[in-house]
Design a protein around this ligand. Structure first.
Ligand code: SAJ
Length: 439
Protein backbone atom coordinates (compact mmCIF):
# COMPACT_ATOMS: atom_id res chain seq x y z
CA UNK A 1 0.00 0.00 0.00
CA UNK A 2 1.16 3.51 -0.82
CA UNK A 3 2.56 5.20 2.29
CA UNK A 4 1.09 8.44 3.65
CA UNK A 5 4.30 10.18 2.63
CA UNK A 6 4.12 8.92 -0.95
CA UNK A 7 0.39 9.70 -1.23
CA UNK A 8 0.78 13.26 0.06
CA UNK A 9 3.92 13.86 -2.01
CA UNK A 10 2.04 12.91 -5.17
CA UNK A 11 -0.94 15.11 -4.29
CA UNK A 12 1.30 18.10 -3.54
CA UNK A 13 3.21 17.61 -6.80
CA UNK A 14 0.02 17.57 -8.89
CA UNK A 15 -1.52 20.28 -6.64
CA UNK A 16 -4.53 18.08 -5.98
CA UNK A 17 -3.77 18.32 -2.25
CA UNK A 18 -6.46 20.52 -0.70
CA UNK A 19 -5.16 23.18 1.68
CA UNK A 20 -6.61 25.15 4.55
CA UNK A 21 -5.28 28.19 6.40
CA UNK A 22 -6.64 28.66 9.92
CA UNK A 23 -6.58 32.30 11.05
CA UNK A 24 -7.09 34.92 8.31
CA UNK A 25 -5.17 37.87 9.68
CA UNK A 26 -2.07 39.70 8.39
CA UNK A 27 -0.23 36.34 8.25
CA UNK A 28 -2.92 33.84 7.23
CA UNK A 29 -4.70 35.74 4.48
CA UNK A 30 -1.55 36.54 2.45
CA UNK A 31 -0.40 32.93 2.89
CA UNK A 32 -3.77 31.61 1.63
CA UNK A 33 -3.73 33.94 -1.38
CA UNK A 34 -0.12 33.11 -2.30
CA UNK A 35 -0.90 29.37 -2.29
CA UNK A 36 -4.14 29.90 -4.25
CA UNK A 37 -2.15 31.91 -6.81
CA UNK A 38 0.24 28.94 -7.00
CA UNK A 39 -2.72 26.79 -8.07
CA UNK A 40 -3.82 25.11 -4.83
CA UNK A 41 -7.44 24.91 -3.75
CA UNK A 42 -7.34 26.85 -0.47
CA UNK A 43 -10.02 27.11 2.21
CA UNK A 44 -9.53 29.93 4.66
CA UNK A 45 -10.96 29.21 8.13
CA UNK A 46 -11.65 31.93 10.68
CA UNK A 47 -13.92 32.10 13.71
CA UNK A 48 -14.93 35.67 12.73
CA UNK A 49 -18.02 35.29 10.49
CA UNK A 50 -17.82 38.93 9.37
CA UNK A 51 -14.28 38.45 8.07
CA UNK A 52 -15.35 35.23 6.32
CA UNK A 53 -18.26 36.88 4.55
CA UNK A 54 -16.15 39.94 3.60
CA UNK A 55 -13.56 37.67 1.98
CA UNK A 56 -16.19 35.64 0.11
CA UNK A 57 -17.49 38.98 -1.19
CA UNK A 58 -13.93 39.61 -2.46
CA UNK A 59 -13.28 42.40 0.06
CA UNK A 60 -9.88 42.31 1.71
CA UNK A 61 -9.35 43.89 5.17
CA UNK A 62 -5.58 43.30 5.06
CA UNK A 63 -3.65 46.18 3.40
CA UNK A 64 -0.99 43.76 2.09
CA UNK A 65 -3.67 41.99 -0.02
CA UNK A 66 -5.63 44.32 -2.29
CA UNK A 67 -9.25 43.29 -2.94
CA UNK A 68 -8.54 43.00 -6.68
CA UNK A 69 -5.87 40.38 -5.94
CA UNK A 70 -8.23 38.47 -3.65
CA UNK A 71 -11.00 38.63 -6.25
CA UNK A 72 -8.82 36.90 -8.82
CA UNK A 73 -8.39 33.74 -6.73
CA UNK A 74 -12.00 33.81 -5.52
CA UNK A 75 -13.28 34.10 -9.10
CA UNK A 76 -11.07 31.18 -10.14
CA UNK A 77 -12.63 29.12 -7.35
CA UNK A 78 -9.20 28.71 -5.70
CA UNK A 79 -10.05 30.50 -2.46
CA UNK A 80 -13.09 30.21 -0.24
CA UNK A 81 -13.52 31.33 3.37
CA UNK A 82 -15.31 29.28 6.05
CA UNK A 83 -16.09 29.34 9.75
CA UNK A 84 -16.78 25.62 9.94
CA UNK A 85 -13.80 23.44 10.87
CA UNK A 86 -15.56 20.29 9.61
CA UNK A 87 -14.27 21.17 6.14
CA UNK A 88 -10.96 19.75 7.44
CA UNK A 89 -12.36 16.27 6.83
CA UNK A 90 -11.40 16.72 3.16
CA UNK A 91 -8.29 18.82 3.72
CA UNK A 92 -4.73 17.46 3.34
CA UNK A 93 -2.57 20.49 4.23
CA UNK A 94 -3.29 22.88 7.11
CA UNK A 95 -1.36 26.06 8.04
CA UNK A 96 -2.21 27.54 11.43
CA UNK A 97 -1.76 31.31 11.66
CA UNK A 98 -3.44 32.28 14.92
CA UNK A 99 -2.28 34.96 17.41
CA UNK A 100 0.07 34.26 20.31
CA UNK A 101 -0.38 37.37 22.48
CA UNK A 102 0.46 37.98 26.13
CA UNK A 103 -2.05 37.90 28.95
CA UNK A 104 -2.42 40.99 31.19
CA UNK A 105 -0.12 39.14 33.63
CA UNK A 106 2.62 39.14 30.98
CA UNK A 107 2.40 35.35 30.59
CA UNK A 108 1.90 33.75 27.16
CA UNK A 109 -1.71 33.38 26.02
CA UNK A 110 -1.67 29.98 24.30
CA UNK A 111 -5.46 29.78 24.09
CA UNK A 112 -5.57 30.44 20.34
CA UNK A 113 -2.98 27.76 19.55
CA UNK A 114 -4.65 25.27 21.87
CA UNK A 115 -8.11 25.87 20.43
CA UNK A 116 -6.75 25.57 16.87
CA UNK A 117 -5.18 22.21 17.73
CA UNK A 118 -8.37 21.11 19.52
CA UNK A 119 -10.48 22.04 16.48
CA UNK A 120 -8.19 20.17 14.08
CA UNK A 121 -7.76 16.99 16.16
CA UNK A 122 -11.16 15.43 15.33
CA UNK A 123 -10.35 15.73 11.62
CA UNK A 124 -6.78 14.44 11.78
CA UNK A 125 -6.45 11.74 9.11
CA UNK A 126 -3.82 9.72 7.20
CA UNK A 127 -1.64 11.74 4.83
CA UNK A 128 -2.40 15.07 6.50
CA UNK A 129 0.30 17.71 7.06
CA UNK A 130 -0.05 20.50 9.63
CA UNK A 131 2.21 23.55 9.90
CA UNK A 132 2.05 25.92 12.89
CA UNK A 133 3.30 29.46 12.11
CA UNK A 134 2.51 31.40 15.30
CA UNK A 135 5.50 32.73 17.23
CA UNK A 136 5.88 30.70 20.42
CA UNK A 137 8.36 29.24 22.92
CA UNK A 138 10.64 26.33 21.93
CA UNK A 139 8.87 23.06 22.70
CA UNK A 140 5.30 24.19 22.00
CA UNK A 141 4.87 21.98 18.91
CA UNK A 142 6.23 18.83 20.54
CA UNK A 143 5.02 19.27 24.12
CA UNK A 144 1.67 21.04 23.67
CA UNK A 145 0.34 20.62 20.13
CA UNK A 146 1.32 17.03 19.27
CA UNK A 147 -0.43 15.48 22.32
CA UNK A 148 -3.63 17.40 21.54
CA UNK A 149 -3.64 16.28 17.91
CA UNK A 150 -2.97 12.60 18.68
CA UNK A 151 -5.07 12.29 21.87
CA UNK A 152 -7.80 10.30 20.09
CA UNK A 153 -5.76 9.03 17.17
CA UNK A 154 -3.39 6.13 16.62
CA UNK A 155 -1.64 7.93 13.78
CA UNK A 156 2.12 8.25 14.30
CA UNK A 157 3.71 11.60 13.49
CA UNK A 158 6.13 11.33 10.57
CA UNK A 159 4.40 8.19 9.31
CA UNK A 160 0.59 8.61 9.27
CA UNK A 161 0.60 12.41 9.42
CA UNK A 162 3.15 15.22 9.41
CA UNK A 163 3.64 18.08 11.92
CA UNK A 164 5.94 21.05 11.33
CA UNK A 165 6.75 24.45 12.85
CA UNK A 166 7.53 27.31 10.44
CA UNK A 167 7.59 30.82 11.97
CA UNK A 168 5.81 33.66 10.17
CA UNK A 169 8.09 36.51 9.14
CA UNK A 170 5.55 39.04 7.92
CA UNK A 171 6.33 42.70 8.27
CA UNK A 172 2.99 44.39 7.47
CA UNK A 173 3.26 47.07 4.81
CA UNK A 174 6.65 45.91 3.55
CA UNK A 175 6.77 45.42 -0.19
CA UNK A 176 10.39 44.37 -0.76
CA UNK A 177 10.05 41.24 1.40
CA UNK A 178 6.64 39.57 1.24
CA UNK A 179 5.06 36.21 2.14
CA UNK A 180 6.31 34.84 -1.18
CA UNK A 181 9.98 35.83 -1.08
CA UNK A 182 10.91 36.07 2.62
CA UNK A 183 13.08 33.05 3.48
CA UNK A 184 10.94 30.55 5.40
CA UNK A 185 12.43 28.47 8.22
CA UNK A 186 10.94 24.95 8.34
CA UNK A 187 11.40 22.46 11.19
CA UNK A 188 9.50 19.16 11.14
CA UNK A 189 8.94 16.69 13.96
CA UNK A 190 10.78 14.15 11.77
CA UNK A 191 12.81 14.28 8.58
CA UNK A 192 9.80 13.15 6.59
CA UNK A 193 7.76 15.98 8.13
CA UNK A 194 10.38 18.51 7.06
CA UNK A 195 10.53 16.99 3.58
CA UNK A 196 6.75 17.21 3.13
CA UNK A 197 6.72 20.88 4.24
CA UNK A 198 9.66 21.76 1.96
CA UNK A 199 7.83 20.21 -1.00
CA UNK A 200 4.51 21.86 -0.03
CA UNK A 201 5.79 25.38 0.76
CA UNK A 202 8.25 25.17 -2.11
CA UNK A 203 5.30 25.19 -4.52
CA UNK A 204 4.46 28.79 -3.53
CA UNK A 205 7.43 30.36 -1.71
CA UNK A 206 10.78 31.15 -3.28
CA UNK A 207 13.19 30.54 -0.38
CA UNK A 208 13.11 27.77 2.22
CA UNK A 209 15.42 27.17 5.20
CA UNK A 210 15.12 23.61 6.56
CA UNK A 211 16.23 23.08 10.18
CA UNK A 212 16.52 19.90 12.22
CA UNK A 213 13.55 20.25 14.57
CA UNK A 214 10.51 22.36 15.47
CA UNK A 215 12.42 23.61 18.52
CA UNK A 216 15.13 25.08 16.31
CA UNK A 217 12.46 26.74 14.16
CA UNK A 218 10.59 28.07 17.21
CA UNK A 219 13.82 29.39 18.74
CA UNK A 220 14.91 30.99 15.45
CA UNK A 221 11.91 33.30 15.44
CA UNK A 222 12.33 34.11 19.13
CA UNK A 223 16.00 34.97 18.50
CA UNK A 224 15.06 37.29 15.61
CA UNK A 225 12.67 39.35 17.68
CA UNK A 226 14.61 39.14 20.95
CA UNK A 227 17.59 40.52 19.05
CA UNK A 228 15.51 43.54 18.07
CA UNK A 229 13.95 44.03 21.48
CA UNK A 230 17.29 43.93 23.31
CA UNK A 231 18.98 46.28 20.86
CA UNK A 232 16.09 48.71 21.08
CA UNK A 233 16.38 48.53 24.88
CA UNK A 234 20.12 49.17 24.65
CA UNK A 235 19.64 52.24 22.45
CA UNK A 236 16.85 53.52 24.71
CA UNK A 237 19.23 53.31 27.67
CA UNK A 238 21.82 55.09 25.52
CA UNK A 239 19.30 57.92 25.07
CA UNK A 240 18.85 58.15 28.85
CA UNK A 241 22.63 58.13 29.35
CA UNK A 242 23.18 60.79 26.67
CA UNK A 243 20.63 63.04 28.38
CA UNK A 244 22.67 62.83 31.59
CA UNK A 245 25.85 63.56 29.67
CA UNK A 246 24.17 66.30 27.61
CA UNK A 247 25.17 64.56 24.38
CA UNK A 248 22.85 64.35 21.36
CA UNK A 249 22.07 60.61 21.06
CA UNK A 250 20.79 61.02 17.50
CA UNK A 251 24.09 62.51 16.35
CA UNK A 252 25.94 59.65 18.08
CA UNK A 253 23.78 57.02 16.37
CA UNK A 254 24.15 58.68 12.96
CA UNK A 255 27.91 58.78 13.40
CA UNK A 256 28.07 55.15 14.57
CA UNK A 257 25.96 54.16 11.57
CA UNK A 258 28.77 55.21 9.27
CA UNK A 259 30.63 52.11 10.38
CA UNK A 260 30.26 49.83 7.34
CA UNK A 261 30.54 46.60 9.35
CA UNK A 262 29.84 45.25 12.81
CA UNK A 263 27.15 47.79 13.65
CA UNK A 264 23.37 47.79 13.11
CA UNK A 265 21.37 50.98 13.60
CA UNK A 266 18.54 51.10 16.11
CA UNK A 267 16.93 54.30 17.31
CA UNK A 268 15.43 55.31 20.67
CA UNK A 269 11.74 56.03 21.06
CA UNK A 270 8.91 56.51 23.56
CA UNK A 271 8.69 52.74 24.13
CA UNK A 272 8.26 49.37 22.43
CA UNK A 273 5.04 48.57 20.59
CA UNK A 274 3.63 46.06 18.13
CA UNK A 275 2.40 42.50 18.32
CA UNK A 276 5.79 40.84 17.88
CA UNK A 277 8.76 42.57 19.45
CA UNK A 278 7.36 43.27 22.93
CA UNK A 279 5.70 39.83 23.00
CA UNK A 280 7.87 37.11 21.54
CA UNK A 281 10.84 37.41 23.95
CA UNK A 282 8.45 36.93 26.87
CA UNK A 283 7.44 33.53 25.50
CA UNK A 284 11.08 32.51 25.89
CA UNK A 285 11.61 34.05 29.34
CA UNK A 286 8.37 32.45 30.53
CA UNK A 287 9.50 29.00 29.31
CA UNK A 288 12.92 29.46 30.94
CA UNK A 289 11.31 30.35 34.27
CA UNK A 290 9.69 26.90 34.22
CA UNK A 291 13.26 25.59 33.92
CA UNK A 292 14.46 27.79 36.81
CA UNK A 293 16.48 30.05 34.57
CA UNK A 294 16.13 33.83 34.30
CA UNK A 295 16.74 35.35 30.85
CA UNK A 296 18.61 38.36 32.21
CA UNK A 297 19.01 40.29 28.94
CA UNK A 298 15.32 39.96 28.11
CA UNK A 299 14.21 41.07 31.56
CA UNK A 300 16.61 44.04 31.63
CA UNK A 301 15.76 45.24 28.10
CA UNK A 302 12.07 44.85 28.88
CA UNK A 303 12.47 46.93 32.04
CA UNK A 304 14.15 49.74 30.08
CA UNK A 305 11.67 49.64 27.18
CA UNK A 306 8.71 49.57 29.55
CA UNK A 307 10.07 52.64 31.35
CA UNK A 308 10.39 54.77 28.20
CA UNK A 309 6.82 56.16 28.34
CA UNK A 310 7.57 57.52 31.81
CA UNK A 311 10.90 58.95 30.62
CA UNK A 312 9.00 60.61 27.75
CA UNK A 313 6.46 62.17 30.13
CA UNK A 314 9.31 63.53 32.27
CA UNK A 315 10.80 65.08 29.13
CA UNK A 316 7.47 66.75 28.33
CA UNK A 317 7.34 67.99 31.94
CA UNK A 318 10.88 69.42 31.61
CA UNK A 319 9.97 71.10 28.33
CA UNK A 320 6.94 72.82 29.88
CA UNK A 321 9.05 73.79 32.91
CA UNK A 322 11.39 75.63 30.57
CA UNK A 323 8.41 77.94 29.91
CA UNK A 324 7.47 78.08 33.61
CA UNK A 325 4.44 75.91 32.86
CA UNK A 326 3.31 72.95 34.92
CA UNK A 327 2.26 69.73 33.20
CA UNK A 328 -0.88 69.85 35.29
CA UNK A 329 -3.39 71.89 33.31
CA UNK A 330 -1.24 72.24 30.19
CA UNK A 331 -2.63 71.34 26.78
CA UNK A 332 -0.49 68.56 25.28
CA UNK A 333 -1.09 67.42 21.70
CA UNK A 334 0.28 63.95 20.94
CA UNK A 335 1.16 63.27 17.30
CA UNK A 336 0.99 59.55 16.51
CA UNK A 337 -0.95 56.82 18.34
CA UNK A 338 0.23 53.91 16.14
CA UNK A 339 3.06 51.74 17.50
CA UNK A 340 5.38 52.73 14.67
CA UNK A 341 5.48 55.06 11.67
CA UNK A 342 3.10 54.57 8.75
CA UNK A 343 1.07 51.70 10.22
CA UNK A 344 -2.55 51.65 11.43
CA UNK A 345 -1.95 49.43 14.44
CA UNK A 346 -2.03 50.51 18.10
CA UNK A 347 -1.26 47.13 19.69
CA UNK A 348 1.08 47.68 22.67
CA UNK A 349 1.64 51.22 21.35
CA UNK A 350 3.74 53.28 23.80
CA UNK A 351 1.71 56.33 22.75
CA UNK A 352 -1.22 54.93 24.72
CA UNK A 353 0.96 54.63 27.83
CA UNK A 354 2.29 58.18 27.41
CA UNK A 355 -1.24 59.58 27.02
CA UNK A 356 -2.41 57.70 30.10
CA UNK A 357 0.54 58.95 32.18
CA UNK A 358 0.03 62.55 30.98
CA UNK A 359 -3.62 62.41 31.98
CA UNK A 360 -2.69 60.96 35.38
CA UNK A 361 -0.51 64.06 35.90
CA UNK A 362 -3.35 66.41 35.05
CA UNK A 363 -2.46 67.36 31.48
CA UNK A 364 -5.25 68.16 29.03
CA UNK A 365 -4.30 65.66 26.32
CA UNK A 366 -5.51 65.41 22.72
CA UNK A 367 -4.01 63.37 19.90
CA UNK A 368 -3.83 63.20 16.13
CA UNK A 369 -3.06 60.16 14.03
CA UNK A 370 -4.18 59.98 10.40
CA UNK A 371 -4.17 56.18 10.62
CA UNK A 372 -5.96 55.83 13.97
CA UNK A 373 -9.35 57.61 14.15
CA UNK A 374 -9.94 56.72 17.78
CA UNK A 375 -8.25 55.12 20.79
CA UNK A 376 -9.44 53.91 24.18
CA UNK A 377 -7.60 55.08 27.30
CA UNK A 378 -8.91 53.62 30.56
CA UNK A 379 -12.18 52.81 28.77
CA UNK A 380 -12.50 56.47 27.67
CA UNK A 381 -12.72 56.93 23.88
CA UNK A 382 -10.51 59.66 22.42
CA UNK A 383 -10.84 60.75 18.81
CA UNK A 384 -8.05 61.98 16.58
CA UNK A 385 -8.31 65.78 16.25
CA UNK A 386 -9.07 66.76 12.66
CA UNK A 387 -7.94 70.40 12.50
CA UNK A 388 -4.27 69.77 13.10
CA UNK A 389 -3.07 73.35 12.54
CA UNK A 390 -5.37 74.87 15.15
CA UNK A 391 -4.71 71.97 17.57
CA UNK A 392 -0.98 72.66 17.24
CA UNK A 393 -1.29 76.43 17.73
CA UNK A 394 -3.63 75.93 20.72
CA UNK A 395 -1.40 73.39 22.49
CA UNK A 396 1.21 74.28 25.11
CA UNK A 397 3.33 71.34 23.93
CA UNK A 398 3.30 69.05 20.87
CA UNK A 399 4.73 65.57 21.55
CA UNK A 400 5.83 63.70 18.40
CA UNK A 401 5.55 60.05 19.44
CA UNK A 402 5.10 58.35 16.03
CA UNK A 403 6.91 59.84 13.07
CA UNK A 404 4.38 59.17 10.32
CA UNK A 405 5.73 60.30 6.94
CA UNK A 406 2.47 62.12 6.14
CA UNK A 407 3.07 64.84 8.73
CA UNK A 408 4.33 68.26 7.52
CA UNK A 409 7.14 68.66 10.04
CA UNK A 410 8.21 72.09 8.76
CA UNK A 411 4.72 73.41 9.42
CA UNK A 412 4.59 71.72 12.84
CA UNK A 413 7.93 73.29 13.76
CA UNK A 414 6.70 76.71 12.61
CA UNK A 415 3.32 76.63 14.36
CA UNK A 416 4.06 74.83 17.64
CA UNK A 417 5.04 76.80 20.76
CA UNK A 418 6.96 73.84 22.18
CA UNK A 419 7.83 70.41 20.77
CA UNK A 420 9.07 67.16 22.31
CA UNK A 421 10.44 65.04 19.48
CA UNK A 422 10.91 61.39 20.54
CA UNK A 423 11.70 60.10 17.03
CA UNK A 424 14.06 62.74 15.61
CA UNK A 425 11.20 63.45 13.20
CA UNK A 426 12.34 67.08 12.84
CA UNK A 427 15.90 66.03 12.05
CA UNK A 428 18.49 68.80 12.13
CA UNK A 429 15.72 71.44 12.13
CA UNK A 430 15.04 70.32 15.68
CA UNK A 431 18.67 70.52 16.81
CA UNK A 432 19.74 73.44 19.00
CA UNK A 433 16.24 74.87 18.65
CA UNK A 434 15.07 76.32 22.00
CA UNK A 435 11.48 75.22 21.46
CA UNK A 436 12.41 71.64 20.59
CA UNK A 437 13.27 69.02 23.23
CA UNK A 438 14.61 65.78 21.71
CA UNK A 439 14.69 62.33 23.30
N1 SAJ B 1 11.47 50.52 17.49
C1 SAJ B 1 12.33 51.42 18.11
N2 SAJ B 1 13.60 51.55 17.63
C2 SAJ B 1 14.03 50.81 16.56
C3 SAJ B 1 13.15 49.90 15.95
C4 SAJ B 1 11.87 49.77 16.42
O1 SAJ B 1 11.95 52.09 19.08
O2 SAJ B 1 15.19 50.99 16.16
C5 SAJ B 1 10.12 50.35 18.03
C6 SAJ B 1 9.04 50.67 17.04
O3 SAJ B 1 8.69 52.03 17.10
C7 SAJ B 1 7.90 49.77 17.52
C8 SAJ B 1 8.63 48.55 18.07
O4 SAJ B 1 9.95 48.98 18.34
O5 SAJ B 1 7.18 50.39 18.55
C9 SAJ B 1 8.67 47.37 17.10
O6 SAJ B 1 9.14 47.88 15.90
P1 SAJ B 1 9.64 46.90 14.67
O7 SAJ B 1 10.30 47.77 13.67
O8 SAJ B 1 10.40 45.77 15.20
O9 SAJ B 1 8.29 46.49 13.98
P2 SAJ B 1 7.33 45.27 14.13
O10 SAJ B 1 6.80 45.08 15.49
O11 SAJ B 1 6.36 45.45 13.02
O12 SAJ B 1 8.29 44.03 13.85
C10 SAJ B 1 8.13 43.29 12.67
C11 SAJ B 1 8.75 41.98 13.00
N3 SAJ B 1 8.41 41.01 11.98
C12 SAJ B 1 8.12 39.74 12.39
O13 SAJ B 1 8.07 39.41 13.54
C13 SAJ B 1 7.82 38.79 11.31
C14 SAJ B 1 10.26 42.11 13.06
O14 SAJ B 1 10.87 40.79 13.12
C15 SAJ B 1 10.77 42.82 11.85
O15 SAJ B 1 12.19 42.88 11.92
C16 SAJ B 1 10.18 44.20 11.86
O16 SAJ B 1 8.76 44.01 11.62
C17 SAJ B 1 10.77 45.08 10.78
O17 SAJ B 1 11.97 44.88 10.48
O18 SAJ B 1 10.06 45.97 10.33
Amino acid sequence: MESSFEKLTAEINNKKARMAVVGLGYVGLPLAVVFAEAGFQVTGIDTNADKVSQLNQKESYIPDIRSERLAEVVDKGLFLAETDFSVLTDIDLVSICVPTPLRKTGDPDLSFIISAAEMIAPYLHRSMAIVFESSTYPGTTRELILPILTRDSDLVVGEGFFLIFSPERIDPGRTDFTTKNTPKVIGGMTEKCTEIALLWYGKALTSLVPVSSPEVAEMTKILENTFRMINIGMVNELAIICHRLNIDVWEVIEAASTKPFGFMKFTPGPGLGGHCIPVDPHYLSWKLKTLNYTAKFIDLASEINTDMPRFTVNLIQDALNSLQKSLNGSKVLVLGAAYKANVDDVRESPSLDVIHLLQMKGADVSYNDPYIPEISIDEEIMRSVNDLDSAISESDCVAILTNHAVYDYASILKNAHLIVDTRNALGNAGKNNPKVFRL
